[in-house]
Structures are given as C-alpha cells and as structure tokens.
Design a protein around this ligand. Structure first.
Ligand code: NAD
Length: 441
C-alpha cells in the first residue's frame, strides 16, 4: 500500500521535503497558509531558487503524486504528517517564535479522523515536541490518538534535494516503537542506501539540530576570530586555516574566514539556543554563543571599515559595486544576509551602491527597496570606485579581472569571502583586500 504523506509548511524545507517524499514513491499533499505559494507550487512552479527542485516539483505535480492546498483539512487522511513551518526569531527577543508550529498542530489535529503521527522537522527550542504532544492531546477528536515525533532536518539550501534523498544521517526522536516503525517505513529507501540512523527520545532529537548549527557557527566564528588576530599582526588567515584544516581532528569544512554566516537558520538558531538555555536556568553553558554571534556581526562592520579605508576615508559619493545579495551561493535566500547588510551600511554612509546577484535580486529588493540593483555583474561594475565580492557565486569567481578592470573607475577589490584568485587579480593591476589578510597591491 502506498503511504500518503502530508507536509505542512511548503517553504524552502517543506517544498523540498514534499517533492522528495513524492520522489520516494508516496502520495503527497503539501499545505501552506500562503495562497500565492500554493498557487505557484500547484502549477508546478517553485516560488524560490533551488537547483534541481523545480524539475521534481513539476514531474510529480504533473503525475498527480504531489498536490498543494491551503486547506489543512485535505491533509487529514495522510498516514504521516510532517511539520515544516517556520520558527523565526521572535521580534521581542532572542528566542524562537514557535507560534507557527503550534498553529499548524492546532489547525490539523481537529480534522483527524484516525490515529496519526505528526513528525516535526522544523528547528525548535528543546521541549517544544512535548508541548505539542500536550496540545495535540487536548485537541484530538474523541477516540483519535495523535503522536508527536521529531525528525530534525539538516538540508543545506542549494543542495537540498541531494541532502534530503541522500542525507549524512537521519535522526528519529520518538516516544514509542510504533512511531519508530512508521518513520523507518517512510525512510525505507533512504535507510536501505546505508544512511546512518540515530533513534533517540524527543528532547535529544531536538537538541541534535540546534547543537549542530551552534557547532558550525562556532567553527566559523573561531576562524574569524583568528582573522581578527591576523589583521592586528599582519598574518594571513588563509594560510592559518589551511594548515589547521589538515589536522583530521579539525578539518577544513566551515573553517574559511570571511564575512561570516547568515541566512534563515544559523543566526536565529544560536540565539534561540541561548534563550532556551536561559529559560532552563543553564544560561552559563552557552554564553560563548553570544561571542560567536558578536564575532560574526563584527565581520560585517570590518568590511565597511575596509571599504571606507580603501576609498580614502569617506564613502560619501563613492560608487561601490556589490557582487552578491544572497546569504550564500546557490540560493535566493536573503534572510539575515551578510552581503545585503554590508550593502545597506555602505549606502547609509553615503556611497552609491549597485548590487548584483544571479538569483536573489527580487528578494533583496523586497527587503531593501532603496538599494540600486543591476541586471548583470558588468552593469554593477561600470565606473565603480570599489568592488566588493560578498557572496561567492561561481559567476563572480570566474570573472576575468583584466576584462572587468576595463569597466571600473578604480581597480580596487575587497574579497569578503577570500574566494578570488588573488594572484590573478593582482596581476591585472587590482589592489586586493581579503579578510584577515594583509593588503596586497
Ligand atoms: P520558510 O519561511 O521558507 O517556510 C515556512 C513556511 O511555513 C512558509 O511558506 C509559511 O507560509 C508556512 N506556514 C507558516 N505557518 C503555517 C501554518 N500554520 N500552516 C501551514 N503553513 C504555514 O522557512 P524554511 O526555511 O522552510 O524553514 C522552516 C523550518 O525548517 C524552520 O524551523 C527552519 O529553521 C528549519 N530548517 C530550515 C532549513 C533551510 O535550509 N531553510 C534547513 C533545516 C531546517
């Protein structure tokens, strides 16, 4: 018998999960409160950029295995319900806003006519799953037993399809053998391919995800702290990180100094983890995460400082080309984007900023409508006094420094991601500044 799956919340995570569940052979219904998103998805269109996902959505909506609706009642018959709604930072503090996960459970449960498993995938403060179990118990129709499980998601935007179908590991946080059996059935093919599985209680599963993000953020801020030392001493952080990374206990991943992390996950997840530790009376355990956050935010100010230095002390009236708006390459996501943050700061200091990004311009314009956006890298670079590389799209790394040197007013580049071919740009007569590196003429 084909399992039917519902996916509640069809943003970056949920749309991917829904399409991949259909790819695994299930009948899937995706539910979202945003009618525009549902209209797009129903027509087989993906309302955001994610390589490889549009093809899956189109294939499975056309075949009838995947459909989308704003009516949560239409999800009631599914065998397993996945919760993929957002958990953004609360407007009034550092903690996560869990109102959407609560609303999703409260919206679904009264429609259920038979026992159901609701599996949380959203990143939530530890303890949320137990609260949702209480909520579900209080709302379940007479005779219907609803169980909550947690299956945190580790996908990376830009690689989300691959990460979902071939993940590094699966984590099932469950309170019963029946829930574990259901999840094993859903992921049968993924597990069959040899994916490691960790089965735990609910609390531990919630903690895995926030701990993973806190660890990654800490690793990035660690090397960025070393970059600060390099800046004070004339060292080159790229040499330091390369040498450090060869130590198998340390590794090269997430050890690249630059403009730091952003996006819809790492910043809000470390803040939420700190806030939750405070609520639990163990705030000292995680105060170092405040430092991790501060180091990260200081990198953005450092780039603005460098830009000011490079143009002789004042940005007023200077033309600055900003390459990149997305928080990282291969996505159009601009949530807490370091690139956009820097672009906005430069504009506040009087610079004429022109931003170009291969995918994220529409989203960037929605957040910062007053910035000027270019339709191409060449248009952004035209007559620029200074060029900033802030998101390391391959399109930018492949620019020919000699050719683009002919477009700008001054051959000055700040490489906010330490990603350009330094020698090539210098040979073409550019002055080059990286982060945590000496100035190079
Ligand atoms: P998103 O903002 O792109 O998507 C959330 C979706 O939920 C939106 O489309 C919104 O309209 C919908 N929604 C909100 N309330 C709803 C409700 N009551 N019923 C139905 N739909 C509702 O966010 P996202 O990036 O997909 O993240 C979702 C969760 O997944 C977050 O907890 C995030 O931390 C976690 N996560 C995200 C990623 C990622 O790379 N984006 C990776 C792993 C985990």
């Amino acid at each position: 018998m084909t399992l039917t799956i519902s996916v509640i919340g069809t943003g970056y995570l949920g749309a991917t999960h829904a399409a991949c569940m259909a790819e695994l052979g299930y009948a899937v219904v995706g539910v979202d409160t945003d009618p525009a998103k549902i209209a797009d998805l129903s027509d087989g269109r993906l309302p955001f950029y994610e390589p490889g996902l549009p093809e899956l959505i189109l294939a499975h909506t056309s075949a009838g295995a995947l459909r989308f609706t704003t009516e949560v009642a239409e999800a009631a018959d599914a065998d397993v319900h996945f919760l993929c709604v957002g958990t953004p930072q609360r407007p009034d503090g550092l903690g996560a806003d869990t109102s959407h996960v609560r609303a999703a459970v409260a919206g679904l449960v009264p429609h259920l006519r038979r026992d159901a498993l609701i599996v949380g995938k959203s990143t939530v403060p530890v303890g949320t799953a137990h609260e949702l179990q209480d909520l579900a118990d209080s709302l379940a129709p007479e005779g219907v037993r609803v169980e909550i499980a947690w299956n945190p998601e580790f996908l990376r935007e830009g690689r989300s399809v691959e990460d979902t179908l071939r993940p590094d590991r699966l984590v099932f946080g469950v309170a019963s053998d029946a829930a574990e059996r259901s999840l094993r059935a859903v992921y049968e093919r993924v597990l069959g391919a040899g994916t490691p599985l960790v089965v735990s209680d609910l609390v531990s599963a919630e903690l895995v995800k926030v701990s993973a993000n806190a660890f990654l953020a800490t690793k990035i801020s660690f090397i960025n702290a070393v970059a600060e030392l390099c800046e004070a001493t004339g060292g080159d952080v790229t040499a330091v990180s390369e040498a450090l990374g060869h130590d198998a206990r340390i590794g090269h991943a997430f050890l690249k100094a630059g403009l730091g992390f952003g996006g819809g996950c790492l910043p809000k997840d470390i803040r939420a983890m700190m806030a939750r530790a405070g609520e639990l009376g163990v705030d000292q355990a995680l105060t170092f995460l405040r430092e991790v956050d501060d180091i990260n935010m200081r990198r953005r100010h450092r780039v603005v400082e460098l830009a000011t230095e490079e143009v002789g002390g004042s940005l007023l009236g200077r033309r600055v080309a900003v390459l990149g708006a997305a928080f990282k390459p291969l996505t159009d996501d601009v949530r807490d984007s370091p690139a956009l943050n820097v672009a906005a700061q430069l504009q506040l200091r009087g610079a004429g900023v022109r931003v170009y990004d291969p995918q994220a311009i529409d989203n960037a314009r929605a957040v910062f409508p007053t910035l000027t956006y270019a339709d191409s890298a060449a248009e952004a670079l035209a007559d620029a006094d200074l060029v900033l590389l802030l998101t390391e799209w391959s399109e930018f790394l492949e620019l020919d420094p000699e050719q683009v040197g002919g477009l700008v007013a001054q051959r000055r580049v700040i490489d906010g991601r330490n990603a350009l071919d330094t020698d090539g740009w210098r040979r073409a007569g550019w002055s080059y500044r990286g982060l945590g590196r000496p100035r190079m003429e």
